[in-house]
Design a protein around this ligand. Structure first.
Ligand code: GLC
Length: 586
């Protein structure tokens, strides 16, 4: 039997580069392409397979670059296209794939299309690329419907007509400077196909799709009956602009485009949806390749919740033959050290506001974050590492309000501090800010201030300490590459699974992703244990009591020290090799 090689993306570890905060080469306090280029050896040594770069396009920065003014260029403060091409070539030469961020739901108000739409009259083709509507009420002074912006307030802004009189309203599901495109318009579809080809032809390996659940809006734009999204689990809700069925036809067309390339390009969906079942619809075999698993990210650090998330993820992805992904944080969520430092299970912890009244224990948070990454990297499928997670960085919760840049701060009337606290520039070296983020003699400080206490967390410091969080990541990623059960070199193509999943559920459900088969092992209450074939097990102790290792286990790596009698203590994870796994009571 011949086996097709397993596509790289099915088990890739992707490192998220928030470019403005990664490395600053020109000393203006903002990370750039040249900085990233210099740090590629760090990423190759870390052992990740790919990087995903947050938007680097020209942008007025109303929303950290997610307000794109030109999709075919690099923001001058970050570099140039030739520099980006050089970075891409160097990344490829060091074995790293490169994904970009595509923002198809909305464009910046400075984008040529939107400027033209403002100048054009109601009903014109220039306005038809967006969602312009007359207002309600006798004078049109009320917005067309009750939709709200993700950052607070109405999702509609009124524009003036050529004669200066108040005119139509346009839709923006995010900031007013991010006007939604109309995806029923063929010009919009053609333009994004052309943008994708532009970057694919330069050699980019794929795209992360921003707000993939938002492109389709219900015909007639009816009022929404729910405000919050995703709504609490329960009865599925049909929403007029989130996760609509019509969106999938767009992704079928994109998949066909990506598949035209000899080395097919790939997509990862950012889709905030109501359930893993709904998420799996985005990764059907003729749609996007993978999707971020926010259900796993938001699962509290409790054995039952995490097990439930893993089970539903594996079951729903297997049912469509897709590869799952795992993620602990990104540029929109609280860093895992700070999330896990809080009492768990009270409410989902996604934004700073969710932490209110939950006092932190950061040592515990770090301990859990270290255990969580061993858990994540042992699961079948791909994984995402947000820059700084490998250093155990906490959220910066006390940034002075005058440095906050997240539009959520202003648009929520100063009730939500926003996401700047997870976007603080990386500490590379030295004992004082800018910690090597900017070169010596830089003309400006880092665009968000780094805490002085980060002197203990620099790459330089941690690289010299094998017990550091960086050391843990490096060893775990190296083991993952080597071990056949984790899709490592010897296991390439193992258990061919690119076809249809079996749709089965239960304890021994395979992920159907072409990697070492996954099965749960018996474990004491509050602990999780699972095997991957051949001969590998991961044990995660989320309980207060110690957990005994299987008698035939040989330790590969532990997220923290074991006890003197070789037990796995609380909030600790281990990887072991095992003998025949049927005989491994724990
Ligand atoms: C996505 C991005 C987020 C941005 C939003 C609007 O959720 O991850 O940072 O604010 O889309 O583009």
């Amino acid at each position: 039997m011949t086996r097709a090689p397993r596509p790289w993306w099915r088990s890739a570890v992707v490192y998220q580069v928030y470019i403005r905060s990664f490395a600053d080469a020109d000393g203006d306090g903002v990370g750039d392409v040249a900085g990233l280029r210099r740090r590629l050896p760090y990423l190759a040594e870390l052992g990740v397979d790919a990087i995903w770069i947050n938007p680097w396009y020209p942008s007025p920065l109303r929303d950290g670059g997610y307000d794109v003014a030109d999709y075919r260029a690099i923001d001058p403060s970050l570099g140039t296209l030739p520099e980006a091409q050089a970075m891409l070539n160097e990344a490829h030469a060091s074995g790293l794939r490169v994904l970009l961020d595509l923002v198809p739901n909305h464009v910046s108000d400075q984008h040529a299309w939107f400027r033209r739409a403002l100048e054009a009259p109601p009903g014109s083709p220039a306005r038809a690329r967006f969602i312009f509507r007359p207002g309600c009420g006798p004078t049109g002074a009320e917005p067309p419907n009750n939709w709200t912006s993700n950052f607070g307030g109405s999702a509609w802004t009124r524009v003036a007509d050529a004669d200066g009189r108040p005119g139509e309203w346009y839709l923006h599901l995010f900031a007013p400077e991010q006007s939604d495109l109309d995806w029923t318009n063929s010009e919009v579809r053609d333009e994004f196909a052309a943008i994708m080809r532009f970057w694919f032809d330069l050699g980019i390996d794929g795209f992360r799709i921003d707000v993939a659940h938002g492109l389709a809006k219900a015909e007639g734009l009816p009022d929404a009956s729910t405000v919050g999204w995703p709504p609490p689990a329960g009865e599925p809700v049909e929403h007029p602009h989130w996760d609509r069925d019509e969106v999938h036809e767009i992704y079928r067309a994109w998949r066909a485009l990506a598949d035209e390339y000899e080395d097919p390009r790939v997509f990862v969906a950012e889709a905030w949806v109501q359930s893993p079942e709904r998420l799996a619809r985005y990764v059907r075999s003729d749609e996007l390749h993978t999707a971020f698993n926010f259900d796993f990210l938001l699962a509290p650090w409790q054995a039952q919740s995490i097990r439930r998330s893993i089970e539903t993820t594996l079951r729903t992805h297997s049912a469509v033959g897709a590869s799952p992904t795992w993620v602990l944080s990104n540029h929109d969520t609280i860093r895992e050290v700070s999330r896990y430092a809080r009492r768990q299970g009270v409410r989902p912890l996604r934004t700073l506001g969710d932490l209110v009244d939950l006092p932190p224990d950061f040592a515990l948070g770090l301990r859990r974050a270290r255990a969580a990454v061993l858990l994540m990297l042992a699961l079948p499928g791909g994984a995402y590492v947000y820059q700084g997670a490998e250093l155990g960085l906490p959220e910066v919760e006390d940034l002075p309000v005058d440095v906050l840049r997240d539009p959520g701060w202003e648009l929520s009337d100063h009730t939500e501090r926003g996401r700047d606290g997870c976007r603080v520039p990386i500490p590379w070296s030295g004992s004082a800010p800018p910690f090597g983020f900017s070169p010596p003699g830089a003309s400006a400080p880092p665009w968000l201030p780094q805490p002085a206490a980060w002197s203990d967390l620099t790459v330089e410091r941690q690289a010299a300490d094998p017990g550091s969080t960086l050391g843990l990541y490096r060893r775990a990623l190296a083991l993952r590459r080597e071990h056949p059960a984790l899709g490592g070199a010897d296991g390439d193509g193992e258990g061919e699974g690119d076809g249809e999943g079996d749709g089965g559920g239960g304890e021994a459900d395979a992920a159907g992703d072409g990697e070492g088969e996954f099965s749960w092992l018996p474990a004491p209450a509050g602990a999780l244990a699972f095997a991957r074939e051949p001969g590998f097990a991961c044990i995660v102790n989320l309980s207060a009591d110690g957990v005994t290792l299987p008698s035939d286990a040989t330790l590969l790596i532990a997220s923290g020290p074991l006890t003197d009698d070789a037990q796995v203590p609380h909030d600790t994870a281990v990887w072991v090799t095992t003998g025949p796994r049927e005989e491994t009571p724990i």
